[in-house]
Ligand binder design. Structure first.
Ligand code: C5P
Length: 405
């Protein structure tokens, strides 16, 4: 039973705590073992006895309890788990996580861990929307904490809005998916560092307007997830998208091409770079500091070229990543254009794809791509974007000499 995955479930004090009883059942149904830490607040809503009965394990509550520390200290508690799950995650516990406070067993275990952490927030809509919570969430996300929900709905307090804890099935699914990636320390890209760009860029026209494109970021995000699942230490540099941050990946959010380039360079050295972002080719030359006003005449906006991130990172240098992969989104003569692009940019591989409106690639679920390397062209069948990500991560692992699991 060596590969049974272990989750440390931290139950903090919200009415949604009752849902974690069902959650434990669902996790165990997926052959994931669950050990619980119950905060003082959590114990107002569920009893240690219910958690113990469902998890089949002792429930840990007290940082200073001699018995608990003798049997299992807080360091061992988090070290022993493959993943820490906070459900429900209250506004208070999230604030403590961000600040690095460790004044009870739950916050101490969270501070002491180097394992993936997922949180399923649950709180009143006003608390969720409060700038303090927004900042806490943004910061925790940028540190790689994964969030599931909250979702919209009727709350125990009688209000309606965003703040309800995600359903146990959605949480169990996210846990299973993250554990798949977290199993990756033995993956073929373990010890390798990957930087992936994804999404569109936004180029400001004035303080309220911007130029953008239709990229959804789904392909780039899927690649980052797949590289992490193969064990790579993965940083995703994402332009503005509607997508949740993939768990287990460090996400740096940027808006413009210049910010994306700066963020990429700050993450070097890396072994692998995949430029999947649809970077704007131009930006507005002299951005007015104030909103442009209509004056009955045509507006003239002068555009200047953005730096090419892929070409910049592909330049020969002692710190050049071993493998630089670019994308060529084309609407005609796909292969010829992509081969030309590989030479022009100096990258190692190009993934060519058809983004003509009839292909449904932009924003869609599937992608039909061709991998172009020095040996020639490989045609891949139509695959989901997740499958393209997995297949690419696999090819990268083989190329860099991964030994397989
Ligand atoms: O020249 P084109 O935009 O078609 O090239 C596409 C490839 O170049 C993609 O991999 C894209 O991420 C990358 N690119 C870039 N920086 C730019 C323009 C494109 O990294 N300014």
């Amino acid at each position: 039973m060596g590969d049974v995955k272990r989750v440390l479930l931290i139950v903090s004090g919200g009415i949604a705590a009752y849902k974690c009883l069902e959650l434990i059942r669902l996790l165990r149904g997926r052959e994931i073992s669950v050990r619980c830490v119950l905060t003082e607040g959590g114990a107002q809503f569920v009893t240690p006895l219910s958690l113990a009965a469902l998890s089949g394990d002792k429930v840990y509550q007290d940082l200073f309890s001699l018995t608990d520390e003798n049997e299992m200290g807080h360091i061992e508690l988090s070290r022993d788990a493959d993943l820490l799950l906070v459900a429900p995650a209250t506004a208070n516990l999230l604030a403590k996580m961000r600040a690095g406070l460790a004044d009870d067993l739950a916050s101490t275990a969270l501070l002491a861990t180097d394992k993936p952490v997922l949180a399923a927030p649950a709180m009143n809509v006003r608390m969720w929307e409060h700038p303090a919570t927004r900042e806490n969430i943004r910061d925790l996300k940028s540190r790689g904490i994964g969030f599931i929900g909250p979702v919209e709905g009727e709350m125990a307090c009688g209000e309606f809005g965003l703040g309800r804890m995600a359903e146990p099935e959605a949480i169990a699914q996210a846990v299973a998916k993250t554990l798949e990636s977290a199993g990756a320390p033995g993956g073929r890209l373990a010890g390798k560092r990957a930087v992936v760009t994804s999404g569109p860029t936004h180029e400001a026209i004035d303080p309220v307007r911007y130029l953008a494109n239709h990229s959804s970021g789904r392909q780039g995000h899927a690649i980052a997830r797949a590289l992490a699942a193969e064990g790579a230490d993965t940083v995703l540099i994402s332009g503005p998208t509607q997508l949740p941050d993939p768990a287990g990946v460090l996400v740096r959010h940027v808006a413009s091409a210049l910010q994306m380039l700066e963020a990429c360079e700050a993450e070097l050295p890396a072994d692998i770079v995949v430029c999947a972002a649809a970077v704007a080719d131009w930006r507005v030359q002299d951005q007015p500091r104030q909103k442009l006003k209509k004056n009955g005449k045509a507006a003239v906006i002068q555009l200047i070229e953005n730096p090419d991130i892929l070409a910049t990172l592909s330049k020969p240098s002692t710190s050049r990543p071993r493998l630089v992969v670019g994308f060529a989104a084309e609407t005609q003569n796909i292969i010829d254009h992509a081969i030309g692009k590989r030479d022009a940019k100096g990258c190692d591989w190009i993934i060519a794809n058809d983004v003509s409106p009839e292909s449904g690639t932009f924003g869609g679920d599937t992608n039909t791509v061709h991998l172009i390397d020095e040996a020639g062209v490989e045609d891949w069948p139509t695959l989901t974007k997740d499958e393209v990500g997995r297949r690419l991560a696999e090819r990268i692992a083989l190329h860099l000499g991964g030994q397989g699991r």
